[in-house]
Ligand binder design. Structure first.
Ligand code: CAO
Length: 456
């Protein structure tokens, strides 16, 4: 024996009529007593209207946007005689066949239990001054205004519950519903974004909740033609690849840059002399070759710089492959000089020059850009005083070199001219401390100031 029960909106307190903003069930659903059926919203609060009885939903009498008040029929359920009692367990165990149509039965009009409320907006929530628990706990009798002293986002109780189940902090979400209300889809999108962002970041995000994700505003959409003529130009293949890598590295690695200066007065004299002596060899000795040699010596002294992070492990490398940024017409590439520790200055100069030419001609093989331990980005031939080079993951540091300049230095008796090379060392602060970076950079400077130290 079953009967049809029309479930009505109960006493909702001082509210004359409220708008239906969500219908949470559909025809054919088996609902339990106390289960939320619809969410309604006044200008002050949103609340869920729960079922007074369990059963199978036979018809739904409201839709989103309708105005309802106390006594409005929300929907009808067909309840068996046992299920008609508002006992949650009885309905929960009702067989699926309960959904089968039966002969028309008398319709009994009943009101639902007291609604469950949530604040319509933060201002109301904080004005109410009650505890946040009221948002989700059923209240007896009339609607009580829920609350919190904090700014609560605008979302219905069911959406709040959904967010709680997923551990999502609603204050991080911008609602796409009417009056910026957060709807279930906003939470699903937020979780999707967080998962997509976290997928490539396993070691970095380990132990971080979704609340620790990067929650950025959407990229500005501007119709540039409103302001003048434009010419769209696709990014080169190299720019697309290097851009994505640079972006990941910049976002995922906590960069700090230590700036220092090296006295290269003597080294530049040596370089010029060597080039004069080697004029016929066809190999031009570059500052880059000296830098590679000095960097290898510094990496030997500070092994944590010649390493990569793998989860909680530091992978210390026993080899010394040094990459250098090469500017090409199509964008930035980083060829790698392998086993730089086993090569002399002339060999390093020749190899870096060959690799830079190959890079500019677009002829580098993938293997020639792999296996680097540390990179150097030299803008010295172009200009600048200092800059922040972006670490080439999974390396832990990169040396940026700017244009050398003459500066007067006091030697105790007089000012003497000093050719000075700016060194900008960016390092991964998860592994390398500021003091270690300062020591590495200062040591590198001391090697460049007196290259004989490399032999020590
Ligand atoms: N200070 C002053 N002059 C410098 C210098 C410095 N730090 N470094 C190089 N120079 C001079 C050279 O002596 C050379 O002068 P001459 O022609 O009179 O001999 C001139 O600048 C050109 O040098 P170069 O840059 O061609 O040669 P290099 O070996 O120093 O560098 C390479 C080679 C591949 C690093 C360079 O060509 C290059 O591509 N640099 C750009 C790297 C880049 O884009 N970095 C940014 C990446 S984003 O972080």
């Amino acid at each position: 024996m079953s009967n049809i029960i029309a479930i009505q909106v109960p006493d909702i307190g001082d509210f004359e009529s409220v708008e239906v903003i969500e219908v949470l069930v559909k025809v054919g659903d088996v609902v339990k007593a106390e289960q939320s059926l619809i969410t309604v919203e006044s200008d002050k609060a949103s609340m869920e209207i729960p079922a007074s009885h369990g059963g199978v939903v036979k018809s739904i009498d409201v839709k989103v946007g309708d105005k309802v008040k106390q006594g409005s029929v929300v929907l009808s359920v067909e309840a068996s005689s046992e299920a008609a009692a508002p006992a949650l367990a009885a309905v929960a165990s009702a067989p699926a066949t309960a959904a089968a149509p039966t002969a028309p039965a008398p319709v009994a009009a009943v009101s639902t239990p007291a609604p469950v409320a949530a604040p319509a907006n933060a201002a109301v929530a904080s004005a109410a001054g009650v505890s946040l628990a009221a948002v989700v706990l059923p209240t007896a009798g009339k609607l009580e205004m829920p609350v919190s002293t904090a700014n609560l986002p605008h979302a219905s109780p069911s959406v709040r519950k959904f967010a709680r189940e997923l551990g999502v902090d609603l204050t991080r979400i911008t609602g796409s519903g009417p009056k910026s209300r957060i709807v279930q889809e906003d939470i699903q999108n937020f979780v999707k974004q967080a998962l997509a962002g976290g997928a490539g970041a396993s070691s970095q995000t380990a132990g971080t909740s979704l609340g620790g994700g990067i929650d950025l505003l959407p990229w500005p959409k501007v119709d540039f033609t409103k302001f003048g003529a434009i010419t769209p130009q696709p990014l080169s293949r190299i720019k697309k690849i290097s851009g994505a890598n640079l972006h990941r590295n910049w976002v995922m690695i906590p960069h700090v840059t230590n700036n220092d200066e090296a006295d290269i007065t003597g080294l530049e004299d040596l370089r010029v002399t060597l080039n004069k002596e080697n004029e016929k060899s066809g190999v031009k000795v570059t500052m880059l070759a000296f830098l590679i040699k000095a960097v290898v010596a510094a990496l030997k002294k500070f092994p944590e710089f010649n390493a990569s992070l793998d989860g909680d492990n530091l992978i210390l490398k026993q080899y010394f492959n040094i990459g250098f940024a090469a500017d090409t017409p199509n964008g930035l590439v980083v060829p790698v000089i392998r086993d730089a520790d086993k090569k002399g200055i002339l060999e390093l100069a020749r190899e870096s020059s060959d690799l830079a030419k190959k890079a500019r001609d677009g002829k580098l093989s993938p293997g020639e850009m792999q296996g680097g331990c540390f990179s150097i980005s030299s803008l010295g031939g172009i200009g600048g005083t200092n800059f922040t080079p972006i670490i080439n993951a999974p390396e832990l540091a990169i040396l940026g070199v700017s244009r050398s300049f003459m500066k007067p230095v006091w030697d105790g008796k007089q000012f003497v001219p000093q050719l000075t090379l700016p060194l900008s060392l960016s390092y991964d602060h998860r592994v390398i401390d500021g003091a270690s970076a300062a020591r590495f950079n200062a040591y590198l400077g001391s090697l460049l100031a007196d290259f004989r130290r490399i032999a020590l």
